[in-house]
Design a protein around this ligand. Structure first.
Ligand SMILES: Nc1nc2c(ncn2[C@@H]2O[C@H](COP(=O)(O)OP(=O)(O)OP(=O)(O)O)[C@@H](O)[C@H]2O)c(=O)[nH]1
Ligand SMILES: [Mg+2]
Length: 285
């Protein structure tokens, strides 16, 4: 009998959640950044090994919500915690906070059976886990197989929900916007990457090269100037890097047509966030 179920990957910002999803799926699906709070929407990865299929949910970091977008981010964590058969709680080896999940569950007023939770210490190439604790290093590819066995043992028996070679259930246009955010984290400084939201306006898969038009929203005029750069140089550099990430995913040449627009203070504006497709609850608990 095969096993199949949903696995939520949760933990504080920067714990290594997206890196683990990519390691399990074997593809660079989720954006990774040395800076915290890079994941905003859950990324779904499908990992099929032998008789077992795990639908992995990479979630935004557990944080105290500061503004409306944070409430939407935490709401996606709530949803993942509620749906998951198994919860992998990543504790950042470089900055451990083993109580983060318990605190988040209390704040969200959720209860979870303890045997659904697998606590995992990350970045063991930088620091050793406490005795008896499962540790992984995505950098050295250490402990991943052991973690997979822990996950597998907790998944219910059942048919696979997805074809064995599927890597995700999300549309390519989602990964287009994520690639743009990833290069924004790599190239733009300070607060600016956090102020960016990308939307695909047009996606012509039948044209050659594949034509993709994307609007990058920023919060202020001054930010628009920085994203464009002198003579448009910064925007071109973002486009070149994003294209390099996307072409392997799309499987061919891409023409990426990037535009920048101001959407004033969008991260704090509940009505705008909802229009952009974020689910913003009125309160978190
Ligand atoms: N040394 C080391 N660094 C790691 C490891 N796993 C992840 N990192 C780094 O830690 C940083 C954060 O990784 P992410 O995967 O983006 O973390 P996250 O938990 O998804 O972060 P948010 O989405 O912002 O909550 C990146 O710079 C990664 O390269 C590891 O095993 N060893
Ligand atoms: Mg992440």
């Amino acid at each position: 009998m095969t096993r199949c179920g949903t696995v939520a990957i949760v933990g504080r910002p920067n714990a290594g959640k997206s890196t683990l999803l990519n390691a399990l799926v074997g593809s660079h699906l989720a954006i990774v950044s040395p800076r915290p709070q890079s994941t905003r929407l859950p990324v779904v990865g499908v990992c099929t090994r032998g008789d077992t299929q795990a639908v992995l949910l990479d979630t935004p970091g557990l944080l105290d919500p500061g503004y409306a977008l944070h409430r939407a981010m935490l709401d996606t964590v709530r949803d993942a915690l509620t749906r998951a058969d198994v919860i992998v709680h990543l504790v950042d080896g470089a900055d451990p906070d083993p109580e983060a999940l318990a605190a988040a569950l209390r704040n969200l007023e959720l209860t979870v059976e303890p045997d659904r939770i697998v606590p995992v210490f990350t970045k063991t190439d930088l620091a050793s886990p406490p005795p008896g604790q499962l540790g992984i290093s995505a950098k050295d590819n250490a402990g991943i197989d052991h973690l997979w066995e822990e996950i597998r043992g907790r998944l219910p028996e059942g048919e696979f929900r997805h074809p064995e070679d599927d890597l995700s259930t999300q549309p390519l246009r989602f990964f287009v916007t994520e690639a743009i955010r990833e290069v924004a984290f790599a190239q733009l400084r300070e607060e600016l990457p956090y102020a960016i939201h990308a939307e695909v306006e047009e996606f012509r898969e039948s044209s050659s090269p594949v034509y993709i038009r994307v609007t990058m929203y920023v919060e202020r005029d001054s930010q628009k100037g920085i994203v464009l750069g002198k003579g448009g140089a910064q925007l071109r550099s973002l486009g070149t890097a994003a294209r390099a990430l996307l072409e392997p995913l799309i499987g061919g040449p891409v023409y990426l047509d990037l535009w920048v627009k101001v959407l004033k203070d969008w991260r704090r504006d509940v009505a705008v966030l909802r229009r952009l497709g974020f689910h913003v609850p009125d309160t978190v608990a």
